[in-house]
Design a protein around this ligand. Structure first.
Ligand SMILES: C[S@@+](CC[C@H](N)C(=O)[O-])C[C@H]1O[C@@H](n2cnc3c(N)ncnc32)[C@H](O)[C@@H]1O
Length: 232
């Protein structure tokens, strides 16, 4: 997505905000190395050949949504990327406590992970309550940009889905404009409740519950259209 001369702008805040509890620190040493995805180009299906679907969560925070989805759906493979160390440590605790075997974790930038995977290798992508970067001079740091949307389109199979959620009104508008600016995506909403009521399969996190934004949470579900549908 980016070339070596122009790495993408940093889209996340601090990498660590407080010391990590000893048990979680131990999991960073023991469990995390086994969960990291390859660092060379790879097909995610090779990580779990019997996976019914492969999902990616970008910026999983404390990992509550990722781990709960993985527990609910053991037939899936869920990849998650998160550079915030305290978040990764907390996610490892969830993964360990639930003895999940269908999760892989990159403690780093999701854009680096996406760049390693082949076209149409994902069934779902989640971008839930991403860092809002509310000041206009910082908007360019938002994870949703035309370039990342193009990367989402490359990675999702036709019929695959992407969920974006935010409680920052400007970011909701921003994401909608950029997602629909790419002809690969169609917004699945048919009525207001489709975006203002949390979807039945959504899992609320502690971050979401803080309601730090300026509007009620909005959920935007997009469908990756097939190449022929794009020509219509
Ligand atoms: C506001 S938090 C929300 C966390 C979680 N999705 C939730 O709803 O509880 C957004 C997270 O996205 C992460 N993030 C930002 N840029 C990212 C990137 N390029 N790749 C992966 N994660 C990223 C941040 O570190 C932060 O933990």
């Amino acid at each position: 997505m980016s070339d070596a001369h122009h790495p993408p702008l940093r889209s996340y805040g601090r990498l660590k905000t407080r010391s990590i509890k000893p048990r979680q620190a131990a999991l960073m040493e023991t469990l995390l190395p086994a969960l990291r995805p390859p660092t060379e180009p790879f097909d995610p299906r090779s990580l779990k050949p019997d996976a019914a679907e492969v999902w990616l969560e970008i910026g999983f925070g404390g990992g509550e949504h990722m781990a709960a989805q993985a527990q609910r759906r053991p037939e899936l493979l869920i990849l998650g990327a998160e550079p915030f160390q305290n978040g990764v440590a907390s996610a490892l605790r969830h993964i360990d406590e639930a003895a999940l075997t269908n999760v892989r974790v990159l403690d780093g930038d999701a854009r680096e992970l996406m760049a390693l995977m082949p076209p149409a290798s994902l069934d779902r992508i989640f971008v839930l309550f991403p860092d809002p970067w509310p000041k206009s001079r910082h908007n360019k740091r938002r994870i949703v940009q035309a370039e990342t949307v193009a990367e989402f389109a490359r990675l999702l199979r036709p019929g695959g889905r992407l969920r974006f959620a935010s409680d920052v009104a400007h970011y909701v508008d921003w994401a909608l404009l950029r997602m629909l600016g790419n002809p690969a995506f169609r917004w699945s909403a048919e009525r207001a409740d489709d975006w203002r009521v949390p979807p039945a399969d959504h899992i609320t996190t502690r971050y979401e519950e803080k309601r730090l934004g300026d509007c009620a949470p909005v959920f935007l579900d997009f469908i990756r259209s097939s190449p022929s549908a794009q020509r219509d």
